[in-house]
Design a binder for this molecule. Structure first.
Ligand code: SAM
Length: 247
């Protein structure tokens, strides 16, 4: 598939570098598992259901990492194709971290997937390229969110849909109290115990706290030009899915 960008070159140096790539990807997986007690897998599944993938569609999975969401998208479209026919769906996994992309590609070659090492703030794709743009647990790490949101809007076709899955803020006081204890006390300790890396886990917790709440982020999505923006809380707001349309 050609989307008008330079694909990440395929590497020959398999075994030596593989360890580094896998460690980097495993670290992210582990962080998400610790932070969500493994529930992020169910949140991703619900996100794909909402994305409603169809045969022949193009997805850009921004900050896509190892491509979990992209693979799930094209597989879900394939189930539909088996029943109704049509072309395979395709996805570009667009991530700033080359190691993540390499680890993702090594999880299984798939000609429906392309891999692009890019910054979410300046996507190297043409206007109106994608039927769907998704960002999962990535927007929180982007420096200039407004720019990234505007660029995701630009690359969507009119009628296309945007989905953003991110850790968010608990919606009840009772859950907040449990969550505070869990995230401020337990998570940095678990990070130290499991990954010997207290600081990264501390940073993870703080970055989630600093991220705007559901309503504030909804406004940011609207300011980028998306219409009919809606928010779905997962697990009482521990994560939230923001969706919107380009009209
Ligand atoms: N979306 C994947 C998932 O849900 O499994 C990966 C999520 S991982 C927690 C966050 C990803 O965001 C990392 O792969 C990181 O490299 C990527 N990232 C961070 N800042 C980025 C940026 N400015 N542009 C593109 N990707 C970025």
């Amino acid at each position: 598939a050609s989307f008008g960008f330079k694909e990440v070159p395929r590497t020959q140096k398999q075994s030596l570098v593989r360890g580094v790539f896998d460690r980097s990807a495993r670290r992210y997986d582990l962080m998400n598992d610790v932070m969500s007690l493994g529930i992020h897998r169910a949140w991703k599944d619900m996100t794909i259901t909402r994305a409603n993938p169809r045969p022949g569609e193009v997805l850009i999975d921004v900050a896509g990492g190892t491509g979990d969401l992209a693979r799930a998208f094209v597989d879900r479209a394939e189930e539909r194709r088996a029943r109704n026919g049509g072309d395979p769906a395709r996805a570009v996994v667009a991530d700033i971290n080359y190691e993540m992309l390499e680890a993702g590609r090594k999880r299984g070659e798939d000609e429906r997937l392309s891999w692009a090492c890019v910054n979410a703030e300046c996507l190297p794709f043409g206007d109106a390229t994608a039927d769907c743009v998704m960002i999962g647990f990535g927007i929180r790490n982007v420096t200039d969110r407004a720019r990234a949101l505007a660029d995701m809007h630009r690359v969507l076709k009119p009628g296309g849909r945007f989905l953003c899955l991110e850790f968010s803020h608990p919606t009840t006081r009772a859950l907040s109290r449990v969550y505070d204890a869990w995230s401020f006390n337990a998570i940095p300790r678990l990070g130290q115990l499991i990954a010997k890396d207290r600081d990264s886990y501390q940073y993870l917790v703080e970055s989630i706290r600093r991220f705007p709440n559901q309503d504030a982020f909804k406004r940011e999505v609207e300011e980028a030009g998306f219409k009919n923006v809606s928010v779905t809380n997962f697990s009482g707001g521990i994560a939230a899915l923001h969706t919107g349309w380009k009209i």
